[in-house]
Every structure is written in structure tokens, then in C-alpha cells.
Ligand binder design. Structure first.
Ligand SMILES: [Zn+2]
Length: 143
């Protein structure tokens, strides 16, 4: 009884947790199925439908990676343009007021920060892809 209570407490604190190999969500350590995606966590060789599902998830992650990548491109381009304009103005290649230069620099940095923030979402999809590929190669080679 005391053990059970302790167990419950630890689960609330996020201890006793494992990560689902498929969806990477935190789930209870003793779970047999992932409550998020339904993945069978009992240790066994991958079945054909499971392999198909992993391959589907890899395709999905690759699509999402490209999606984020495309979304990011304009922010980097705008940032580069603004900082370039600022640099030209700073070296008096083009005439500009201080206010305009400051504005260009700030906007350029804001676009750059957004680009960096978005790279987090993009790289998460890359990690997912790698993780699932590892999962396939490990499990298949052990057969
Ligand atoms: Zn899952």
C-alpha cells in the first residue's frame, strides 16, 4: 500500500516515466501500450504492420521537416536583407537616417530570432526521423 502511494507520487512528479519510441511522448514506465499513439511497448520483434507504421511516420516526419524548412526560408531572407541594408547604410553606401538604420537592424534581428525559434521545430522532426530509422535498423537486424 505504501509502495503504491509512493509509486503514484513518483508518477505525478514525472519519475517512473519512459519515452514512447514511436511518438516520443512521456508515458508511464510500466505501460504496455502508449496512451498517446497506441504503440505496443512489450518487447518483441517488429511485426510487418509495425514496420509499415514506422515507415509511414518517417515519411510524415520528413514532410514536416521540409514544411518547417520552407516556412523558415523567408525569415532568414528578410533578416539578411534588413541587416544588409543596415550595413550599407552604416558604411554610407546608401543614404539613410539613424532612425531608419536602427529600424532595419531591429527588424533584421527579430526575423533572425524567429528563424532560430522555428529551427527548434524543424530539428525536432529531424531527430524523430533519425530515431525511427534507428528503431527500424536495430530491430530488423536482430531478427
Ligand atoms: Zn507513442
Amino acid at each position: 500500500m505504501a509502495d503504491e502511494k509512493g509509486n503514484e507520487q513518483r508518477q505525478k512528479l514525472g519519475l517512473n516515466m519512459q519515452k514512447c519510441p514511436l511518438c516520443d511522448k512521456k508515458i508511464p514506465e510500466d505501460a504496455k501500450f502508449c496512451p498517446q499513439c497506441g504503440w505496443d511497448l512489450t518487447d518483441h520483434e517488429l511485426t510487418a504492420p509495425q514496420i509499415a507504421r514506422i515507415q509511414e511516420e518517417i515519411v510524415d516526419a520528413r514532410f514536416r521537416y521540409m514544411h518547417w524548412h520552407v516556412v523558415m526560408v523567408p525569415f532568414l531572407t528578410l533578416s539578411a536583407v534588413c541587416i544588409l541594408v543596415y550595413t550599407f547604410a552604416a558604411f554610407e553606401v546608401i543614404p539613410a537616417t539613424w532612425d531608419f538604420m536602427r529600424f532595419m537592424l531591429y527588424i533584421g534581428l527579430v526575423f533572425l530570432y524567429i528563424w532560430i525559434a522555428l529551427s527548434f521545430f524543424r530539428d525536432r522532426q529531424k531527430k524523430k526521423q533519425d530515431r525511427l530509422k534507428m528503431m527500424l535498423s536495430h530491430r530488423q537486424s536482430s531478427q
